[in-house]
Ligand binder design. Structure first.
Ligand code: DNO
Length: 359
């Protein structure tokens, strides 16, 4: 596995490239141009800027997370074709700096959702928390209202412009079903995958987080059956998945290790983290360690190892520990600890295998 680390860019991240360099085994940064509005073509000079910054530390920039999908594409509006053309041009440009994987998602309106960004865990650290009933009871208009009264409201990974037109977006999605969303995803992939192949960049869709419908909006990348369907929409090695153990793992019915075993050759990028699920369906993010949460991280890493996984891996959200102030979920310390846990499992599996061979 190739270890990478998400970095939001100079002035945009509390973690520096200097610090990332100290984490054992990290070879590249996972990046994006966060200030370019969704749907616009990425400017080459800005792409080169990131490349230059990473080069100074010997990091590659082979994984982009995310080139976001304009809502018009998800909604299947006639204006989507222009946005798809822009997306193709961005792919072309990213190939010039050696990008190999583009992570994206197809979640309507929102990216990931939580109800508390700093919920206290028993050990005194804080982490991202999701209360199922609270979200179920939340009326989207109330939410729109809350967000519009708080211009600073932000979530890591969310594009601010998504939030600007919330009520219009809710209206636009009113009659959009899951089948419509599948249809629109198919349309997008049919056009994008040949371009991605030509430029040797794998497209890797991120599962929905949480993996169920929220606020009555359709969500489709939620479980094994649906990932299978996604992969067969355009059955091609360049149409893949960012298998996120924490997103899928929030539903106890999802067996993520089993998914790794089934889809290994279509997973160019893995997000590995743990969540603890409560009986009422709430969940909280924990350390990466298997015994701290409900997801069997050990078995997931073992499944990647068994399949000779050579794709990219990043630790995902961490707790906020040792007083660190950072983007929610994206501090240095707990993600660095997460990496060491993943390496610990991986190295011992590799060693065990070598011992068996030399016997
Ligand atoms: C949250 C992230 C997501 C992810 C996007 C991929 O921390 O895992 O925001 O980057 O869904 O497009």
């Amino acid at each position: 596995m190739k270890m990478v680390f998400r970095w939001y860019g100079n002035g945009n991240d509390s973690v520096s490239l200097d610090q990332i360099k100290h984490i054992p085994g990290v070879e590249g940064i996972v990046w994006a141009l966060h200030d370019i509005p969704t749907g616009q073509e990425w400017p080459m000079e800005k792409i080169f800027e990131v490349k230059k910054q990473a080069d100074e530390y010997g990091f590659h920039i082979e994984v982009v997370e995310s080139v976001n999908i304009h809502e018009d594409i998800k909604l299947g509006l006639p204006t989507r074709d222009q946005y798809i053309e822009n997306y193709k041009k961005t792919i072309e440009k990213l190939a010039k700096v050696g990008v190999k994987v583009i992570c994206y998602n197809f979640m309507p309106v929102f990216d990931w959702i939580r109800t508390d960004l700093h919920k206290k865990l028993e050990d005194g650290s804080t982490a991202l928390f999701y209360e199922k009933e609270k979200v179920e009871k939340m009326n989207p208009t109330e939410l729109v209202d809350k967000i519009s009264k708080n211009p600073d409201f932000t979530m890591p990974g969310w594009e601010p412009e998504r939030l600007e037109h919330l009520s219009k977006l809710f209206e636009a999605y009113q009659n959009v079903t899951e089948e419509d969303l599948w249809h629109n995803l198919h349309y997008f992939l049919e056009q994008i995958i040949p371009v991605a192949e030509r430029h040797d960049i794998k497209m890797a869709i991120h599962p929905d987080d949480p993996p169920w419908s929220v606020f009555g909006l359709p969500r489709i990348i939620t479980n094994k059956e649906n990932i299978k369907r996604l992969l067969s929409l355009v059955d091609h090695p360049y149409n893949g998945v960012t298998l996120c153990s924490g997103s899928l793992g929030a539903n106890p019915e999802n067996d993520v290790a089993e998914m790794v075993r089934e889809f290994a050759d279509r997973i160019p990028f893995a997000h590995i983290r743990n969540v603890k699920i409560y009986e009422n369906g709430d969940f909280i993010e924990t350390s990466h360690r298997t015994s701290d949460g409900s997801v069997d991280i050990y078995d997931i890493v073992r499944a990647y190892h068994e399949n000779g996984f050579t794709g990219y891996v990043r630790p995902d959200h961490g707790r906020h520990i040792w007083g660190e102030e950072c983007r929610p979920g994206y501090g240095l310390y707990d993600r660095a600890l997460g990496i060491m846990y993943l390496w610990g499992i991986w190295d011992s599996l590799v060693r065990k295998e070598q011992e068996v061979v030399s016997c």
